[in-house]
Design a protein. Structure first.
Lengths: 630, 383
């Protein structure tokens, strides 16, 4: 063997060993890869399968349309309208800021809007879309769609917006909606959806749950950039239910046309407490809340002394004046403090110690019995009654008529008012003097009552039953309360007493000498029974009286409020009405004729039939046929 | 000139038909199987259609097959003869790419050859193996022991590695060093010399880290904690692992991979093609493909062991190691075992350059096989 051959063998031997080592090393490393694949695909396979599903699936909530609010004739008071809006889904973009930057080059965004969007993005789960801009014009919508590739995470969606066709006429009743605030988040996933609104006041708030419906859900397969590939599962939500109210929108519109700023009118069905119209001036347009009320608008509303945001019919507080005298009379009859025929002598004033309490008629009424005292609204008679009764008996009777107590109406935040008592005054650390009792006998003093309470009082006088004012006729087509008078409990006041008071109220309007003779109804509508009231907002001094005080010579805001309550027809009551004209000077001159006009409109528009019944179309709820729920 | 004429004469004398007979047709079938796997995977990556990936892949594979068989017939001595010329050509291409190359992924890697995109760094590794094999082929035992004899081949490795690193393409540069190292190792360079080199590397590594580009450092840090940046640099690794893992044992089924088809998987037709396969065909499919690729590598070593000349041995080991490096780095990368680096899976990933260089490599490997018994002495004597 040559040297060259030996060397050849040696090289070959070394190569053989080294090649084997390399080869085995490489196979070993491939074995490591096989082991790693086994670990990923078998040992941890389930975990990764779950992650892959999470990647792939995206759940989205479906907002059901909000239920409508209808008036008693089925007219839409609150409805829904199509609305194009741009949404941003955080999980579909890597950089929310950059996406918004690009967006604002197409549709400009204010800094405040951007702050709001970024806050919403932080607050909501990443797959929940957030509204970037509502109420896009068709052109803006088209420009966004055109630039879609540069706007990851942005989608244009057609949603609905709340619309109130009656604008300001029924604003205080129907209320308005607004995007849910943190405190509204009650765990309902629906509230996280963009564009969702919750009721903020009125019926929208009271019946929010019924109107809102329940969210549906759809499970989708999405790709890496979040585009929906297909729908895997869909669960329809429950549509919001329509709520039908007892109010008549057309009638309300007419009535609001007849009244001035500071006036409230409440018209009820005396028999069952349904509120037929509640008209106040001024009011506000709830449509403005949809896109967010501007600061300027809000300032105008809140600084306006006429308080357009406040419903004076439920939140305005007034002394009832002479309209309260029926309550005092009934309290006196019940306490047997007087008989109907007993005459009280009215010299035009009543002296009590040092003080002299005047009757409105300085010349005096002479001897008056109860019926005459009510008809002429004699103050001295009721001073006397109050003196005999004491404030607590008067207050107790007042509360039975719904005065100064909470009323069961579907309007959140209404005032309960105040029916003063001795105890209440003492709780204030003040004593109750006999003079206080006397002045309270004619409805003046510490009373704080709302026009709605006065209307309720009138309905209860007319029916003798504890009817509660209410607004809802049906929810989702199902009636909610009894509509018959028999559904309400009796007040427990003898019919004889009530008949006496009603008769006296009839005489106020229909007899010579009555304080509201001017307000008679046309004969074909029957007769109404009513009572005037005039309440001082400013004390008239003796000095002024002696100089010859004339109400039309003082500034308007010093003039007394004018009140009138009435029911009609007097022998078979259907309507109960209360009217308060702020600074209207005189119940008989300002309030009573308005009440008459209200009743005429009510008779003409609602057309009570021979038995006093009048129509109300039951809303045909637009909903798919399905199994009726109990 | 005389030598060349004689060589060509002998070539003719051996006969093309006889050489064709010598071609390992089973190996060719094996490669066709791997190419077929690539077709299936790319069909799925194309959303269940031959366009845009699978059809092109088939055409390229057919073209590559012809190229491979042509190279297989070239006399191995001729290849050895022109080894350094080829090496010089490769370096020339790398310099060209540095001067006029196309940008891709933030690096200058591509050379546009009239509509065909060539990545010279891929070809360079093969040319380097050929050059090193020819260098060590002639080496006597004494010369191997002389450290000065190792200086030219070391420089021959470092020069292309440096050019590739400059592109910058850290992954391919490292693979180049490893492949070169494997040839040195197989040639019989003493182990202590490797230890010296490794020692130098250990000292130099921190300095080199300072020189890395930010994105290269990001890859290393992301590798250490991929979850730290789930939507950024770590996204690829995480999504790839999810795709692999969710494939489970049997896979989700052909065209049923959600990660791939819903585009959660990045680069699914190139670097992450193996993930696509593993998601749809599960561990069973993944291990089958791995097995096929391992057989290809094993064949390379078999050729090396059967060769009767050192050139053929070193060529086969170098080419097999080169192929192994692709396979290992790619699969280790998609399984999250090593940092992500743009290394395709040869014959399966979409891409012309990778396919071409792989087929050239296999052609050379086959030439080594066909000419395994070639006598070199005559030729050497002539020198």
């Amino acid at each position: 063997m040559s040297r060259k051959q030996r060397e050849e063998e040696r090289v070959r031997g070394i190569f053989g060993r080294r090649a084997l080592a390399l080869g085995l090393g490489q196979m070993g490393l491939l074995g490591f890869l096989a082991h790693r694949l086994h670990r990923l695909q078998v040992d941890e396979g389930e975990r990764y399968a779950t992650l892959a599903e999470e990647n792939r699936l995206s759940a989205r909530l479906l907002a059901p349309p909000r239920g409508r609010v209808l008036d008693r004739e089925g007219r839409v008071i609150a409805g829904n309208q199509l609305n194009w809006r741009a949404l941003l889904t955080a999980e579909q973009t890597t950089d929310v800021g950059a996406t918004l930057e690009t967006f604002s080059r197409i549709v400009p965004l204010t800094d405040a809007e951007r702050a709001r969007i970024e806050r919403d993005v932080r607050r909501r789960r990443r797959f929940v879309p957030v509204t970037v801009r509502d109420f896009l014009t068709w052109e803006e919508m088209a420009r966004i769609e055109l630039n879609a590739p540069d706007l990851p995470g942005i989608s244009v969606d057609v949603g609905t917006t709340r619309v109130y066709p009656e604008a300001d006429h029924l604003a205080h009743i129907v209320g308005y909606v607004a995007p849910p605030a943190e405190r509204d988040m009650d765990g309902d996933p629906l509230l996280e959806l963009p564009g969702i609104r919750v009721g903020r006041s009125g019926i929208e708030r009271h019946h929010d749950l019924a109107l809102r419906g329940r969210a549906g859900a759809v499970q989708m397969e999405v790709n890496a950039v979040g585009r929906i590939i297909r729908e895997l599962d869909r669960r329809e939500g429950v549509q919001g239910q329509d709520v039908q109210l007892s109010v008549d929108a057309a009638l309300t519109r007419t009535l609001r046309g007849k009244i001035e700023e500071g006036t409230s009118v409440v018209l009820m069905d005396a028999r069952n407490g349904e509120v037929l119209a509640m008209a106040t001036q001024p009011s506000f347009d709830p449509n403005l809340f949809n896109s967010g009320v501007s600061t300027a608008q809000w300032r105008e509303w809140t600084r306006n002394r006429a308080t357009p945001l406040i419903n004076k019919a439920t939140n305005g507080l007034y002394a009832p004046g002479s309209t309260f005298k029926m309550v005092v009379a009934l309290a006196a009859l019940e306490a047997r403090a007087v008989t109907p025929g007993e005459r009280v002598y009215c010299p035009g004033h009543m002296d009590l110690g040092e003080s002299r309490f005047h009757c409105w008629n300085r010349g005096g009424h002479g001897g008056v019995d109860m019926r005459t005292a009510l008809k002429l609204s004699c103050d001295v008679y009721f001073y006397e009654m109050a003196k005999r009764l004491g404030i607590d008996k008067i207050a107790a009777m007042g509360r039975r008529f719904g005065l100064g107590v909470p009323l069961d109406i579907e309007l959140p935040g209404i005032r309960n008012g105040l029916m003063p008592t001795r105890e209440w005054r003492q709780a204030q650390g003040r004593g109750w003097a006999l003079g206080d009792t006397v002045i309270h006998g004619i409805g003046q003093g510490f009373y704080q009552l709302t026009p709605l309470q006065l209307a309720t009082m009138t309905a209860r006088l007319a029916t003798g039953r504890a009817v509660q004012p209410h607004l809802t006729r049906s929810i989702g087509g199902r009636p909610v309360r009894g509509t018959r008078a028999e559904d309400w409990p009796s007040l427990g006041i003898p019919e004889r007493d009530l008949r006496l008071v009603r008769d006296a109220m009839w005489s106020v309007v229909n007899e010579a000498g009555g304080t509201a003779r001017v307000a008679r109804l046309p004969p074909e509508m029957g007769a109404m029974a009513g009572k005037t009231g005039t309440t001082q907002v400013r004390r008239v001094t003796r000095e002024q009286r002696e100089r010859g005080y004339r109400v039309d010579q003082v500034p308007r805001e010093w003039r007394p409020h004018a009140l009138f309550v009435a029911f009609a027809p007097h022998d078979n009551p259907v309507f109960a009405v209360s009217v308060i004209v702020e600074h209207g000077s005189s119940g008989s001159a300002a309030a009573a004729p308005l009440a008459r006009d209200v009743l005429i409109e009510a008779f003409q528009q609602l057309r009570p039939g021979p038995g006093g019944s009048f129509g109300a179309r039951v809303a045909e709820a637009p909903r798919p046929a399905g199994p009726a729920r109990p | 000139m005389r030598f060349e004429r004689r060589l060509l004469l002998r070539e003719r004398g051996t006969g093309v038909l006889e050489k064709l007979w010598q071609i390992p047709w089973i190996f060719v079938l094996l490669l066709c199987a791997v190419g077929g796997v690539g077709y299936v995977a790319l069909y799925s990556a194309g959303g269940g259609a031959p366009e845009p990936y699978a059809a092109k892949h088939a055409i390229r594979f057919g073209f590559g097959l012809v190229l491979m068989l042509s190279i297989a017939l070239v006399d191995v001595r001729l290849i050895a003869r022109f080894a350094w010329l080829g090496y010089a050509g490769g370096i020339g291409l790398l310099v060209m790419v540095a001067l006029h190359g196309q940008m891709g992924g933030g690096a200058q890697r591509w050379l546009d050859l009239g509509g065909f995109q060539l990545q010279p760094s891929e070809l360079m590794k093969i040319l380097l193996v050929v050059a090193l094999a020819s260098w060590f082929h002639k080496a006597s035992w004494e010369r191997m022991g002389n450290p000065l004899f190792l200086v030219p081949p070391i420089l021959a490795v470092l020069l292309p590695a440096a050019l590739i690193l400059k592109q910058p393409n850290l992954g391919t540069a490292l693979i180049t060093l490893m492949v070169g190292g494997a040839v040195f190792f197989a040639a019989g360079v003493r182990l202590w010399k490797f230890a010296v080199v490794l020692g130098i590397v250990a000292v130099a590594a921190p300095i080199a880290y300072e020189q890395l580009h930010d994105y290269q450092r990001a890859r290393i840090t992301t590798f250490l904690d991929p979850e730290s940046d789930p939507l950024g640099a770590g996204y690829n690794i995480i999504q790839s692992k999810i795709a692999l893992g969710s494939g489970g044992f049997w896979g989700k089924g052909f065209l049923q991979g959600t990660q791939g088809h819903l585009n959660f998987l990045p680069e699914k037709q190139t670097d992450f093609i193996f993930t696509m396969l593993a998601e749809e065909f599960g561990l069973v499919g993944a291990l089958s493909v791995l097995g096929l690729l391992a057989t290809v590598i094993a064949f390379g070593f078999l050729v090396a062991l059967r060769s009767r000349h050192q050139f053929g041995r070193l060529l086969a080991v170098g080419l097999a190691t080169n192929f192994f490096m692709y396979v290992f780095v790619n699969i280790a990368m998609v399984t999250g075992a090593i940092p992500v680096g743009g290394v395709p899976l040869p014959l399966i990933s979409h891409g012309g350059s990778a396919m071409l260089t792989a087929m050239v490599g296999f052609g050379l490997l086959m030439s080594a096989h066909v000419h395994r018994d070639t006598e070199w002495e005559a030729a050497r004597d002539e020198q």
